[in-house]
Design a protein around this ligand. Sequence first.
Ligand code: CMC
Length: 429
Amino acid sequence: MAKTAELHYEGKSYEVPVIEGTEGELALDISDLREQTGLITLDIGYKNTGSTKSAVTFLDGELGILRYRGYDIEELAEKSTFIEVAYLLVYGELPNKETLHKFQKDITMHTLVHEDMRKIYDAFPASSHPMGVLSTMVSALTAFYPKSLDPNRSPEAVNLTILRLLAKMPTIAAWAYKNEMGHPLNYPRNDLDYCSNFLYMMFGFPTETYHSDPVLVDALEKLLILHADHEQNCSTSTVRMVGSSQASLYAAVAGAINALWGPRHGGANQEVLEMLETIHRDGGNVQKYVDKAKEKGSNFRLFGFGHRVYKNFDPRAKIIKKTCDNVLAKLGINDPLLEIAMKLEEVALKDEYFIARKLYPNVDFYSGIIYKAMGFPVDMFTVMFALGRLPGWIAQWKEMREENQPIGRPRQIYTGQTVRHYVSMSQRS
Ligand code: CMC
């Protein structure tokens, strides 16, 4: 029998349907609450609001579970490749040998970006943050592929837009870095796999042969897999919100890149490293920064700590920590920042303030240290997050469009002035 909840309001009772997900999560379906009762719900920051049903990613914040299409993140990080995970997220199933081969081939067909896009790169000052460049360039794809703007295209045409975006994103991201450095751009090499090609475009030079280090390729595969989706977070909700107006996928993903940029979301990985560097320069006094984060009204937070949904541990942080140890060991890097990070983790995890608020290291806490060891500059860290998150954004956008979900349009409780009349300038005090 379908479950219901009862709401009593002003002497009347209303039945509210209860929706159950495949993992047993429950929700009140309040879609006609206002019609029935005149009430809306208020939940600033959507802390307790489900914005959609979705079959892409399952997350249990209490148990620290993260699954893409039913597969545990630990298993995927250990056994899969990023491109395989991208296929899984976008199309719902793991590819077989043939479909994976075709997917990879289709992607390599579209890795180049239009030469005219180079003119846009040229116009950016060297001081441009690569996240701003990335979102601009992804948005600019609408100009080079105007048919992507048509909301009524066939599924094949939509798929072409998806493949183009997956293929061009590494090129666009690596060129943002090369442009910032003032170095010549590397054109994609289609004989390389997704991650090796990206590392080549980032770190190769036309004047020398580039061989990517398998340790780095493996670390990159893992990092991208761990970031590939995370259900309805800020940037993914942005993809869905922008996409719900039937704007193009490129426009929706450009919006998501901007949402990811902020220091409370993907931008935290850059902030973590800058924070560790500050602590290091300041003599490594970890306690001082833990105390500062606890200070009421200080507005300083320990970046890389805390999560809206994970309240015991972030499963991605566990895997990343292991990858981080491997990368540093194999590259022979002895980074003092890692020592500070470990001390910080130790102090914070024992501190009453952090325990009471269930603040644990999140995915961003260690990723910056690995990216630094791999040679990425700090301002590229969030770009790396975006590169990883792309298949998730696409999968969520595709799901929403295929279900023909309505435009996202929340309501509000108005708290401003009630009606008043215009007063001419001469009569104003
Ligand atoms: N350092 C110190 N205090 C914190 C921190 C932190 N990192 N995070 C939360 N708090 C405190 C916060 O001040 C508040 O305290 P009080 O109840 O006394 O006012 C309490 O914990 C709850 O914080 P909140 O901001 O209401 O929690 P939220 O669920 O809205 O925020 C968060 C989640 C991730 C935005 C937040 O924990 C944060 O700002 N962390 C630092 C930034 C960060 O690492 N972000 C990356 C998240 S993982 C990657 C991703 O998916 O984006």
